[in-house]
Every structure is written in structure tokens, then in C-alpha cells.
Design a binder for this molecule. Structure first.
Ligand code: BTN
Length: 255
């Protein structure tokens, strides 16, 4: 994949800008990043705050036209692995993954991923993978203060110092993503990244609350499957949880 980087000091949302530029036929692998987002979007309709110059806000366009629509959510899991790999190689920090796609360092969220798809007549038209990483942030909104961290804060907590420019973090993430995406296109499953992912799965063997629209229940998380589903044990009964339909919460807080 050819990766082309476009950078704005400020934009409403890099996912929005990619969608606007798709109308100009931008190529697969085009990345739009911004020093600051004025209307950054998170999952489930939440806002995503990207203050000036301290975090990564970046989106890539993909045209995985041969990939089945129901397999597209797996791209978010690939992106999570790409971010974890980038953080580990640039910072030598241990990452954990809260299924499906929150990256944690020291049990606090450091990255969020928002994948959006457009389909036409049952086929994928385009996918936008948007990634936000807290890099130099030193403070967070009140409700996030005990749940979020940044790469700089995490490094300091370990008594080390290291400075990486947001642009270098962005480049490393997409270089890692390109590798896992190429192999995903061959198989459309997650076998290639499965052991890396499950070794970092923070929910593993933990009690989780499964927010199933048909009724929430508690279970023990076992592992992620090559389909991207989370396998859980509900009182001895194994169940597969699809990230598109349900979410899980830790019983005792964020994790
Ligand atoms: C989450 O809720 O955890 C997902 C957050 C995703 C934020 C990123 S920042 C770059 C891209 N542009 C957006 O508006 N959102 C995503």
C-alpha cells in the first residue's frame, strides 16, 4: 500500500475531512492528520477531544471492495494492533487492549479508534479508519481524569524520559497498519494478529458485563477469536460476542 500523508494544523474531524476528499478520488492509503480537531468524534456518538499540538488525530481511507461487509469491523482490531505495536516499538511501553479496540497503558486509555464504512448495493464502497492517540497531553477533562493517560505521562511514571513528535507516532502507526492490512486482505480473518492481541487482552479471565440489547449479563472473558468476536463464559455456557452489537464493561470500573 502506498501511504500519502496530508497534514492540517486544525480541522473539524480528520474522519470528516477524509470523507469530503473521497469525492476527489483520493487513493487508498491516503492519510489525513491534524494538529487539533474542533469537532473530533468518538464511538457511540461521543466527542473526542484533540487539543492543539499534543495528540495524534489521524484517519486513513481504504477501499476494501472485495471484503465482505460483515468483516469490515475487523479492520478496527487490526488498527488496535498497529497502534499497540507502534507504541511498544517507539516507547518500549507495555500496552494492553480492552476488547475491542481501546489501547491502554498502565490500565488507562491512551488511544481510541473510530472506523466508519460506506456501502452501496451490499458492497463496501469505502472505509475510514480514524485513530486518536494521547501523546503529550498533561491533563484531561474531569470525567476522563482517572481513565485516560498520554504517552508522555506514562513514560514519566516509569521514571524515564522520551520525546516523540506526533507526526512520527502517526507514521509508525500507519506503517504497522499497512503490514497487517495486506495480510488481512488475503484471509479476511485475524489469525495473523490473534496471539499478539490475546497476549495483551486486558479482559482475559476477568468478569465483564456484557451489554446485550436483549438483556445485560455478567460473564468471564476468555479470548478474542479470529473473527474478532470475544468468547465469554456465562455460567459454563460459551458465548461469542460481536463488537458491532454489544459492548462489555469491567465489573469494577473501566477495565
Ligand atoms: C473512541 O471513542 O474511543 C474513538 C475515538 C476516535 C478518535 C479519532 S481522532 C481521529 C479521527 N477523527 C475523529 O473525529 N475521530 C477519530
Amino acid at each position: 500500500m502506498n501511504i500519502t500523508h496530508i497534514y492540517y494544523d486544525e480541522i473539524d474531524s480528520t474522519n470528516n475531512e477524509i470523507k469530503r476528499q473521497i469525492k476527489n478520488n483520493i487513493a487508498e492509503g491516503t492519510v489525513i492528520s491534524a494538529g487539533c480537531q474542533t469537532a473530533g468524534r468518538g464511538r457511540s456518538g461521543h466527542d473526542w477531544v484533540s487539543p492543539k499540538g499534543v495528540s495524534v488525530a489521524t484517519s486513513m481511507v481504504l477501499y476494501p471492495n472485495s471484503v465482505k461487509m460483515e468483516h469490515v469491523p475487523r479492520l478496527t482490531l487490526l488498527a488496535a494492533v498497529a497502534v499497540a505495536k507502534a507504541i511498544e516499538s517507539l516507547y518500549d511501553l507495555k500496552t494492553e487492549i480492552k476488547w475491542p479496540n481501546d489501547i491502554l497503558v498502565h490500565k488507562k486509555k491512551i488511544c481510541g479508534i473510530l472506523t466508519e464504512m460506506e456501502a452501496e448495493k451490499g458492497a463496501v464502497k469505502y472505509v475510514v479508519v480514524g485513530i486518536g492517540v494521547n501523546v503529550h497531553n498533561r491533563e484531561f477533562e474531569k470525567e476522563l481524569s482517572d481513565k485516560a493517560t498520554s504517552l508522555d505521562l506514562a513514560i514519566e511514571e516509569e521514571g524515564r524520559s522520551s520525546y516523540t513528535h506526533c507526526k512520527d507516532v502517526t507514521k509508525e502507526i500507519w506503517d504497522e497498519f499497512a503490514k497487517v492490512y495486506e495480510s488481512f486482505l488475503q484471509t479476511e480473518d485475524l489469525t495473523e494478529i490473534l496471539s499478539f492481541y490475546n497476549e495483551r487482552l486486558v479482559n482475559k479471565n476477568k468478569e465483564v458485563r456484557v451489554l446485550d440489547p436483549l438483556g445485560a449479563y455478567e460473564a468471564i472473558a476468555i479470548e478474542m477469536l479470529s473473527t474478532g468476536e470475544l468468547l465469554v463464559d456465562k455460567c459454563g455456557e460459551k458465548k461469542k460476542i460481536d463488537s458491532g452489537e454489544v459492548s462489555v464493561r469491567g465489573i469494577y470500573g473501566y477495565v
